[in-house]
Structures are given as structure tokens and as C-alpha cells.
Write a protein that binds this ligand. Structure first.
Ligand code: C2E
Ligand code: MG
Ligand code: MG
Ligand code: MG
Length: 275
């Protein structure tokens, strides 16, 4: 992984893989090998407090694929195919293991957000897997927020049982891309949620209908005692507007781009950061 990671440029989310370059089917077929050979790596994007000091509260882990032929692939190029083929299950396990092993040395106050797929929740042993990894790496469950987006419906029944098991462990949940069709209000009702992440299309809104949605989500979060995080904040103006609406935390290029773990660790308090 070191060889590939060294070539990767942090924050290259814009280097989107062009599906025309090769069939998506090829990527799907290559994923098992990529996971086995550690071609995946993680970037961490800081999540900061929106008040004056803008201290780092934690980070969101974002996966990349250092593809030997195509270069660094953004998740949009391979997560959908992984969800279709079921490879998302071993991929999520790889991500969970990589994040938890890395954060075990971080200061105890540092939280992490990890994206999972609704598909993971259909695995009856998913909560057990998470519990095992938390214990193995000595990470307190309350430091971990699992982000779900409704790219696939969270199914009633088994998935809800898995969610409750995770909840009983002390793991938290965020609804990602909130405000878009991919995270609906009904999920708020079905899933034991701690956090909503306002989609960047609303974070970036000028005073218009989209900003009204941003305000509505802030009210909803406050009424339901949820942590409200604004995603995709790129300008001071946006940050100030969102702070004014009641958002306490935010993420976006204004504060920091997704970066390698070592760079993120350099932003943390000096105690207990790995050498
Ligand atoms: P997301 O979870 O909503 O993550 C936020 C995305 O917005 C990231 O794109 C991040 O790089 C980008 N971003 C952050 N700040 C800004 C900003 O100020 N402006 C703009 N324009 N973009 C910003 P990325 O890393 O390409 O990830 C895309 C999506 O892929 C994620 O959206 C998430 O849904 C999915 N994903 C990423 N990592 C994983 C993973 O480990 N597992 C799963 N299942 N999905 C993942
Ligand atoms: Mg996310
Ligand atoms: Mg999002
Ligand atoms: Mg998303």
C-alpha cells in the first residue's frame, strides 16, 4: 500500500474515474484482489467546530483505490459496483479495520465517521464484526459514528435488528447527504440516529429555497436533539450562514480537504499520536 499511497494526491476527489476507460464490470471483478492486496487506502477529512476556535472534533474516513492501471479512483467509481456485487461487505470490513487500527493511537476525544452501506446491515453478523474490531483495537464505541445514506433502502426486520445491536454496543449513527432524496425523513423515524449531515448542495446555498431547507434541517435536529453537521463548506460566507442557522460542526474544503492519516494526526493534540 505504501508504494501506491505515496503516489496518491490528497483530496483528489475530482479525479473521477471515467467509466468509458474500461467496463465497470472489470472493476467489479478486480475488487476482490484489490481488497486482498491492500490497494485500498483511506483519506481523513477533519470535522471542525463552527464556533470561533474551529477545533478539530474528528474526521470522516473516505476510501480510495490505488488502481495499478487507472491511478487513484474515487469511491463513486467503485462503491456502486461493490454494492451491486456484494463486495461492499468485505470492503466495509477492510475500511472498519483500517480506521479502527489507525485511531486506536489517537487522543481519546477524537471521533471518527465511517461510511457504511445499507447492504452491510443485511449481514446478520455485522454488529458482531464491529464489536470484535472495536475490542481488538481498544476503541471506545462512542467514538465511532456510522454514516448511512439511503442509496439502498434500510430494510425492516433483520437490518433494524442489526442497527439495534450496534446501538446497544454504543456506536452512533449519522444520516448522510441529508436533505437530498437519498436520505429521507422516514429514515429518521426508522433508524436510531444521533447526527444528520446536511448535504453540500444545501450547505453551499445562497439565501434561497435551498437555504430554507438548511434552516429546516437545523430546526429538526435541534427538536430531535441530533448533532447537525454541514458538509461541503467551501467559503467563509457559507460557514457564517450555517453557524447562524445553528450548525455547530462542519466539514469542507474551507477547513481542510481529505488528507492522509499522518497529516490528520498532525492536526490533533500532541498527546498519544503515533510516531
Ligand atoms: P460522503 O460520505 O457524503 O462524503 C463527502 C464527500 O464530499 C467526499 O467525497 C469528500 O471528499 C467531498 N467533499 C468534502 N468537502 C467538500 C467540499 O467542500 N466541496 C466538495 N465539492 N466536496 C467536498 P468522496 O471522498 O469522493 O466520497 C464520495 C462518497 O463515496 C461519499 O460521500 C460516500 O458516500 C462514499 N464513500 C466514501 N468512502 C466510503 C467508504 O469507505 N465506504 C462506503 N460505503 N462509501 C464511501
Ligand atoms: Mg459520508
Ligand atoms: Mg455526504
Ligand atoms: Mg454520500
Amino acid at each position: 500500500i505504501a508504494m501506491y499511497a505515496a503516489k496518491a494526491i490528497p483530496g483528489t476527489a475530482s479525479l473521477h474515474y471515467q467509466p468509458e476507460m474500461a467496463g465497470n464490470a472489470d472493476l467489479g471483478a478486480e475488487l476482490p484482489g484489490a481488497i486482498r492486496d491492500d490497494q485500498l487506502f483511506l483519506l481523513f477529512q477533519p470535522i471542525v467546530a463552527l464556533d470561533g476556535d474551529r477545533r478539530v472534533l474528528g474526521a470522516e474516513a473516505l476510501v480510495r483505490w490505488a488502481h495499478p492501471a487507472h491511478g487513484t479512483l474515487a469511491p463513486d467509481a467503485f462503491i456502486p459496483v461493490a454494492e451491486r456485487t456484494g463486495m461492499i461487505v468485505p470492503l466495509s470490513r477492510w475500511v472498519l479495520r483500517a480506521v479502527l487500527s489507525r485511531m486506536s493511537a489517537w487522543p481519546a476525544g477524537t471521533a471518527v465517521n465511517i461510511n457504511i452501506s445499507a447492504r452491510d446491515l443485511r449481514e446478520p453478523d455485522f454488529a458482531e464484526t464491529v464489536a470484535g474490531l472495536l475490542a481488538e483495537h481498544g476503541v471506545a464505541p462512542g467514538r465511532v459514528t456510522l454514516e448511512i445514506t439511503e442509496s439502498m433502502p434500510v430494510e425492516p426486520g433483520e437490518s433494524l435488528a442489526v442497527l439495534r445491536d450496534l446501538r446497544d454496543l454504543g456506536v452512533k449513527f449519522a444520516l448522510d447527504d441529508f436533505g437530498t432524496g437519498s436520505s429521507t425523513l422516514s429514515l429518521l423515524h426508522d433508524v436510531p440516529v444521533d447526527e444528520v449531515k446536511l448535504d453540500r448542495s444545501f450547505s453551499q446555498a445562497a439565501p434561497d429555497d435551498r437555504l430554507t431547507v438548511a434552516a429546516g434541517v437545523a430546526h429538526l435536529a435541534q427538536a430531535m436533539s441530533l448533532h447537525a453537521v454541514a458538509e461541503g463548506v467551501e467559503t467563509e460566507e457559507q460557514a457564517e450562514r450555517l453557524r447562524g442557522l445553528g450548525y455547530r460542526a462542519a466539514q469542507g474544503y474551507l477547513f481542510a480537504r481529505p488528507m492522509p492519516a499522518a497529516d490528520f494526526e498532525a492536526m490533533l493534540p500532541l498527546t498519544s499520536v503515533p510516531a
